[in-house]
Design a protein. Structure first.
Length: 366
């Protein structure tokens, strides 16, 4: 099976609808599929001594607006990729793996950052020949400074990379600190990956919305009553106990949890200093997350907004169901400010997470 044939099969049986923009992306992924079939094995030791490098196919970088089918196209490609050592991973999770590896390396030798980075790249290359990133984005200066060296090592070791993103390469880490040092990485992305813009007028996440009652607004007695009723119904009288998440050198105590269901107030989840490791631990320990008291944001709350965006991304990627109580509907939570463009993805995902398809898949797939 190839991406093009699988795409046509799903069109024929009605699983997906015809979309010219998606068809162009499938064409690019079909090219990579055929290149992978022809991919030569890694060179022998003699070949390495002679300076021969693997003939690495050009990967694919898919960017476009939220909800247009980027992840669907990559998942379809990944499903039939003709290579055994393959991995699909959310970019948040991958970078946390990198930082954990670097942290351990620094504990052994504080001066050996480059060595730890190379060891991590070798480990990834040993396990994976095809690496597919979903939601590729760079906002952190530490990540920005690491990516060039890391990706070049992966390419040198024969790892083919595919990525989806809401941003074209030239907009990655836009306005970031020391961005001039990041520009060579953008140039390397363009050399090593085919850049594809998925252009479509349809946001398929919004199209699937069916208005299930898992988002409650505005805040108030009725909203609180409805969310508490649902929490009680799902926990079925089980004892409510704290959920303790063990993190690197610290812990996060979620005070209200039972039967794989966790209840958090916004202050605990996003106003306090939390990040992707906290939210990954939450996603690994809860099938349903109740998030209450989400306010309407202004630009003075940009840190809280960023944490909420990260939380939603990670819950979505890990197929966790969310029940939210907020001051207003998703589209009006954050209409202007430093992160307002990025927040459009969060709005789209919050809408999809209310749909029957997501809710069914989340409970069944966790």
């Amino acid at each position: 099976m190839t991406p093009a044939r699988l795409y046509q099969e799903r069109l024929s049986n009605g699983q997906i609808k015809p979309d010219a923009g998606q068809a162009e992306i499938i064409h690019a992924l079909e090219r990579l599929h055929q290149d992978l079939i022809q991919l030569q094995p890694r060179p022998s030791r003699i070949g390495k001594l002679l300076g021969k490098k693997p003939e690495l196919p050009k990967g694919v970088y898919i960017y476009g607006a939220v909800g247009r089918g980027k992840s669907m196209a990559m998942d379809l490609f990944f499903e039939c990729a003709p290579i055994a050592k393959k991995r699909r991973v959310h970019f948040h999770a991958f970078m946390q793996e990198l930082h954990r590896a670097l942290h351990l390396g620094r504990q052994k030798n504080p001066q050996a950052m480059d060595s730890a980075l190379q060891n991590f790249a070798r480990h990834v290359a040993h396990e994976t020949r095809l690496l597919c990133f979903d939601e590729f984005h760079v906002v952190d200066v530490a990540d920005a400074m690491l990516l060039g060296r890391l990706f070049q090592s992966l390419w040198d070791l024969g790892v083919v990379i595919v990525a989806t993103s809401n941003w074209p390469p030239d907009d990655l880490y836009k306005d970031g600190l020391q961005r001039d040092r990041f520009l060579p990485f953008i140039a390397a992305l363009k050399r090593n990956l085919q850049i594809c813009h998925l252009q479509s007028d349809t946001d398929y996440r919004l199209a699937r919305l069916r208005g299930h009652p898992v988002y409650y607004a505005p805040l108030g007695p009725h909203q609180a009553e409805q969310m508490n009723f649902l929490f009680d119904d799902l926990t079925q009288g089980a004892e409510i106990t704290p959920l303790e998440l063990q993190l690197q050198g610290r812990r996060w105590l979620i005070r209200r949890a039972a039967k794989g269901i966790a209840w958090l107030d916004f202050t605990d989840a996003c106003a306090d200093a939390r990040g992707a490791p906290d939210y990954l631990a939450l996603a690994q320990n809860a099938q349903v997350v109740f998030l209450d008291q989400v306010p309407r944001f202004d630009d003075d709350m940009r840190n809280e907004v960023k944490r909420l965006m990260t939380l939603i991304d990670i819950l979505y990627e890990n197929h966790v169901r969310i029940v939210m109580g907020a001051e207003t509907e998703p589209q009006k939570l954050y209409v202007s400010g430093h992160h307002s463009f990025e927040f459009e993805r969060t709005v789209s995902r919050l809408m999809e997470m209310q749909s029957a398809e997501y809710l069914k898949g989340a409970i069944g797939g966790h």
